[in-house]
Design a protein around this ligand. Structure first.
Ligand code: FES
Length: 356
């Protein structure tokens, strides 16, 4: 097993809704420090299913400010190998290979902050948002949280019960607006008193107008399908919100984004620093850095291999590289030299990169 993975035991399995499973891991004492995390970060997990290994990234929905087990939630995806395995076959007491929490999508929460947080989530995009929301309520007593949460119908709301009890407990500091795209039969349409439709620019403007910030400092977190994320960001920026206050986590590739064709260099020399080690290898034309690393037997973090999860992020120290697609980094990250190894191809003969 790669040195970065740790075997964690599944301590509890729950079914919050029909097609999702919530998985808790109790950490052994010696891993507690290594597995400390910020709300919004994710775990990279390797599943062994029928003799094959599958890596997936799942956001933590637990709260790091409480003495809770680490917890993730996995919604069933039609024909999804891992999500169906987790929902149907995984058992309490099983062990999974898990890397320590990572991710650049997180909230830096402090007890002194006096802030208004606006959170936007759709479907299972609620998982990191739930961790952020709960952490703000628990650990930032002067801050206010507004959640705008989109789902298909009432049965698909992943944290419905937990959100209701948080709303009852933190009446003055938490406002939640649900919006359903397809509440179901006519009787459900009739009985549903909340919003109907999808999170779009008109709804976002309406949401913010109805929930003006209580504090001068605001921050915005978005997690949902890529198309929704980009729409919300665009709408917020049109309302004059600076880009650096808007944080986005993608959980599925947006096919509309398109894959760029990159004319890469043949025999590029790569120098990689990772965990105090230095590796040198050569890449072929058309190869991504991750493909080059794998071909040379160098084990580094990665998961989706489609530019979405951000597990393979690296910093370009010298040379140039271009990415075929990139949903996991924002413009500022890219300006600062961050790249995704699974998407980046060398466009200069020599590259120096570092995995943080
Ligand atoms: S492995 Fe997921 S973005 Fe590269």
């Amino acid at each position: 097993m790669s040195e970065q993975f740790h075997k964690l035991t599944v301590s509890k399995l729950e079914k919050p809704i029909k097609d999702a499973v919530r998985i808790s891991f109790t950490l052994p004492k010696h891993l507690i420090k290594e597995f400390s995390y910020h709300p919004g970060q994710h775990l990279l997990i390797e599943f062994e299913i029928e003799g094959e290994s599958y890596r997936r990234t799942y956001s933590l929905n637990s709260c790091p400010f409480l003495e809770e087990d680490l917890q993730i939630s996995i919604k069933r995806v039609k024909a999804g190998k891992v999500s169906n395995f987790a929902n149907d076959q995984l058992k309490e007491g099983d062990t999974l290979k898990v890397m320590k929490p990572k991710g650049r999508f997180f909230a830096q929460i402090t007890a002194e902050a006096y802030k208004s947080y606006y959170l936007f989530a759709a479907g299972s995009g609620i998982t990191p948002i739930f961790s952020i929301l709960k952490s703000i309520l628990v650990a930032s007593p002067y801050s206010q949280v507004y959640l705008f949460y989109g789902n298909k119908n009432q049965d698909s709301i992943l944290f419905n019960e937990e959100l209701k009890s948080l709303q009852a407990e933190y009446k003055q500091r938490l406002e939640i607006v649900h919006i359903l795209s397809n509440p179901g039969l006519w009787s459900s349409w009739e009985s549903w008193k909340g919003k109907k439709g999808r999170i779009n620019s008109r709804e976002i403007e309406d949401f913010i107008n109805h929930h003006p910030p209580i504090a001068q400092q605001t921050e915005y977190f978005i997690c949902g399908p890529s198309s929704m994320n980009l729409d919300v960001r665009k709408s917020l920026m049109e309302l004059g919100i600076p880009a650096d206050l808007i944080h986005i986590e993608h959980f599925s590739a947006n096919q509309d984004e398109g894959i760029r064709k990159i004319d890469s260099v043949d025999h590029a020399n790569i120098e990689l620093s990772y965990q105090k080690n230095s590796f040198h290898f050569e890449m072929k034309k058309g190869q991504t850095i991750l493909q080059g690393l794998k071909e040379n037997g160098i084990e580094v973090p990665y998961s989706c291999e489609s530019g979405v999860c951000g597990s393979c992020v690296a910093k370009l120290r010298e040379g140039s590289a271009e990415m075929k697609t990139c949903m996991a980094l924002d413009d500022k990250d890219i300006e600062e030299g961050y790249i995704l190894n699974c998407q980046a191809l060398a466009t200069s003969e020599r590259l120096k990169i570092e995995i943080p």
